[in-house]
Design a protein around this ligand. Structure first.
Ligand SMILES: Nc1ncnc2c1ncn2[C@@H]1O[C@H](COP(=O)(O)OP(=O)(O)OP(=O)(O)O)[C@@H](O)[C@H]1O
Ligand SMILES: [Mg+2]
Length: 743
């Protein structure tokens, strides 16, 4: 089937054809035949790289241009959202019936907002979480959504992301029963079940445009699924390194999946040492340039420094702890063939298009505290494998698992390569997860009676797979909890959210976190310090895993805890009666100590060394603390807690920047972070007023401040820079210019 023959507006087809696509792939053709362009609901389940996005693009464009509808495109991850945004951007030149151009938006950030500006967009790409939070805020424009594209819908099976996705889809169907749904999925066993839930047709295929050879690597040989085998030169004693080097020799790039952020970084370091040796001179030069860009972008941190160091040597890592700017540089330079090997956590396993001729799955097991090691699912393996051999970049692809013994090789072949992906199951019925969805359903006016709740949750995938009765007991239990905690009121048959309940739902925090925050704020301790609030935050379930002390740190942490006993807003557990709670508490205290060091301006290197914390964990902790302090401030306002309001607000700003209070005015300036802020302050320029009066060259005389940044600082405070001064300075000092936005 030719693109030119499709019943889609010419303007859209032109752009697709111009992008180099003239004919549909077979799975795309089947989707069209199943009625996707006629407004029918459809689940398209087909292999990785089979072009599911184009079906979404065609449907979306037709929908906007012919019906004037509004569309959201849901993705599970930010990295994927930005890739899809780039895919859709090419259509912004098309004019709609009303003469205006199609507008494409993206929204993945701040969960406590209605983003009214999104109203103007026709197609909005967002993460499932963002969509959930917008529905909780009852953003008005969300009622106008007439089509939803749910990408990677098999992630319904994911314990964290799945429930959000199913609740979002159930709500959108409730808000607009006529909403058109297009769900894109990997090949799974029970597509029919998802389709029945969404009242959709379904199409399944096994077709892939580029051959993907899957195999197991043992000693020095790859054994492929089809019986073929291939020897790999044994340059080093490390299997993964040998695979990477052999791919480079054949002119390709490798993507290596690691199980954790830490492993991804360690592996990248290992590869860099070897890859460096085989790089050409021009290659090294362009990598040097990329490394400089990394240092000059966003915050300069331990992560960015080590990333830049690796990029110079042809390797890089990719994980959720990277800032958006850095992520983009890494993805782009991998796409351009500059970086030869990229290590990644499984967050890169879904949907993205990268030129990986070979994917290596380094580790088929994951570790979870409390459970130990468990093997990943076939579905997840297939997703990782599917990043290899993408049509735009390679003619064939290889996905390799590494085995240490012949037995393990057999196991991997049987259990992953030859295995079929499993059925997917709803993960909704977990108390911790249901708690916030039950509250949100009431608070955002999706249901106001117990019956209404059963009806709403009766629309979820969970209810479709099991039945509503299975979830009733859990809902009743949660209602009692929410009532006891004064988040809902029950006048007669009705259930309404209290002011507190409504705000908690909008703040996108677990009601249990809100309870901890409220009770802590009501305690009025002997002395309320920064430590009190930092510990309180670490004590909430939304903080995620705390930073646990190493065995040598335990005594010191326990002593600190004893000394600061009066400041904690929770009771200290007894070490002998409840060991688990005690150890958890110690972890919370260590987390608070680390955060305290951060806002006392201890350098990152020192924090990492002193607390033996991974940079990635430090950033996650800081990010979560910022968000929970925002929630604390909002709750303090609501509860009229006069003492906590300014404290939480000030602390939020300090945690965001990692500075002492005196530096706050300075770090509000763009390009000034904790390091430069301290330099400027110590030089005697302590306020914005001081900066207004300082001469430009006095600023540039300070370390780490080049003329451009100095100019930018002056301009931000409303200062005027004379042309001659500027020209003189610009030529004088070149080297300081590298980093414009720092630290
Ligand atoms: N008909 C076509 N002809 C040529 N190239 C195509 C065609 N359709 C899609 N492509 C290209 O194929 C690549 C893979 O497409 P896409 O990302 O949509 O795959 P997918 O099915 O969503 O895979 P995944 O399951 O990994 O997300 C893209 O680079 C896309 O531009
Ligand atoms: Mg896709």
């Amino acid at each position: 089937m030719k693109i030119a023959d499709l019943p889609v507006p010419e303007s859209a087809k032109e752009i697709i054809i111009k992008s180099g696509i003239a004919e549909l792939y077979p799975p795309q053709e089947e989707a069209i035949k199943a009625g996707a362009l006629e407004g029918r609901n459809l689940v398209l389940a087909s292999p990785t790289a089979s072009g599911k996005t184009l079906v979404a693009e065609l449907c979306a464009l037709k929908h906007v241009l012919e019906k004037g509808g509004k569309i959201i495109y849901l993705t599970p991850l930010r990295a994927l959202a930005s890739e899809k945004f780039e895919d859709f951007k090419k259509y912004t030149t098309i004019a709609k019936k009303d003469g205006r151009r199609i507008r494409i938006g993206i929204s993945t950030g701040d969960f406590d907002s209605t983003d009214p500006w999104l109203e103007r967009y026709d197609i909005i790409i967002m993460t499932n979480e963002k969509s959930d939070s917008l529905l909780r805020h009852r953003a008005k424009w969300m009622d106008e959504i007439s089509m939803v594209i749910a990408d990677e819908v098999h992630l319904l099976n994911d314990a964290e992301r799945g429930p959000t996705l199913e609740v979002v889809l159930a709500r959108l169907m409730q808000v607009n029963p006529d909403v058109q749904i297009l769900a894109l999925s990997a090949t799974i066993n029970n597509v029919d079940e998802i389709a029945a839930w969404l009242k959709a047709e379904y199409v399944t295929t096994d077709w892939r445009p580029v051959t993907l050879k899957e195999g197991v690597f043992l000693h020095d040989e790859i054994q492929y699924k089809d019986g073929d085998s291939r020897k790999i030169e044994k340059k080093t004693s490390d299997s993964a390194v040998n695979l990477v080097l052999s791919t480079i020799r054949s002119g390709g790039q490798t993507l290596v999946f690691a199980s954790t952020r830490k492993n991804a970084v360690t592996l990248a370091k290992k590869f860099a040492g070897e890859v460096e040796e085989v790089l050409s001179k021009p290659s090294k030069r362009s990598l040097e340039h990329e490394a400089q860009r990394i240092l000059a972008t966003g915050e300069r941190t331990r992560i960015s420094e080590s990333l830049a160091e690796l990029v110079k040597r042809g390797a890089a890592f990719h994980h959720a702890g990277l800032g958006g700017g850095h992520r983009k540089i890494i993805e782009d330079s991998f796409r351009q063939g500059k970086i030869k090997v990229l290590t990644a956590t499984p967050t890169l396993a879904f949907g993205v298009n990268l030129p990986a001729r070979m994917v290596v799955v380094q580790d088929y097991r994951r570790y979870e505290a409390g459970y130990g090691y468990y093997p990943i699912s076939v579905l997840e393996y297939k997703q990782m494998a599917g990043r290899a051999g993408r049509p735009k970049y390679d003619k064939t692809g290889e996905a390799i698992l590494i085995a240490k013994t012949p037995d393990e090789a057999d196991y991997l072949l049987e259990s992953y390569i030859l295995a079929r992906p499993e059925r997917i199951w709803s993960r909704l019925a977990v108390e911790r997860i249901m708690r916030s969805h039950v509250l949100a359903t009431i608070a955002a006016d999706f249901a106001h009676t117990e019956q209404g709740l059963y009806e709403f949750f009766g629309r979820t995938f969970y209810a479709h797979q099991y039945d509503t009765d299975a979830i009733k007991g859990l809902i009743a239990k949660i209602l009692k909890y929410l009532y006891d905690e004064e988040m809902i009121e029950v006048p007669g048959d009705e259930i309404n959210a209290t002011k507190l309940g409504k705000r908690v739902s909008e703040l996108y925090i677990d009601p249990a976190s809100a309870v901890i925050i409220r009770e802590s704020l009501e305690r009025k301790p002997v002395c309320l310090t920064e430590l009190s609030l930092l510990h309180m935050i670490a004590h909430t379930p939304d903080m995620g895993p705390v930073l646990r002390p190493y065995s040598q740190e335990i005594d010191e942490t326990a002593m600190f805890m004893e000394e600061h006993k009066a400041e904690f807003l929770a009771d200290l557990p007894n070490e002998w009666e409840d060991t688990v709670a005690y150890e958890q508490f110690l972890g919370e205290v260590k987390t608070a100590m680390t955060l305290q060091a951060w806002i006392d301006e201890m350098s990152e290197d020192q924090i990492i060394e002193r607390f033996r914390v991974q940079p990635g964990d430090l950033y996650r902790t800081i990010e979560n603390t910022k968000w929970l302090l925002h929630a604390t401030h909002e709750l303090a306002v609501l509860l009229g807690n006069k003492q906590a309001i300014p404290q939480a607000l000030g602390l939020e700003a300090r945690v965001a920047k990692g500075v002492k209070k005196e530096l706050l005015p300075l770090v509000r300036l763009e390009g000034v972070g904790r390091v430069r802020g301290r330099i400027i302050y110590n030089a005697g320029y302590k306020t914005i007023e001081d900066i207004k009066h300082v001469a430009l060259d006095e600023l540039t005389n300070l370390p780490l401040i080049g003329p451009r940044l100095a100019k930018k600082i002056k301009e931000q405070v409303g200062g005027f820079v004379k042309k001659e001064t500027w020209e003189k300075l610009e030529t004088e000092d070149q080297w300081k210019q590298t980093a414009l936005t720092e630290y």
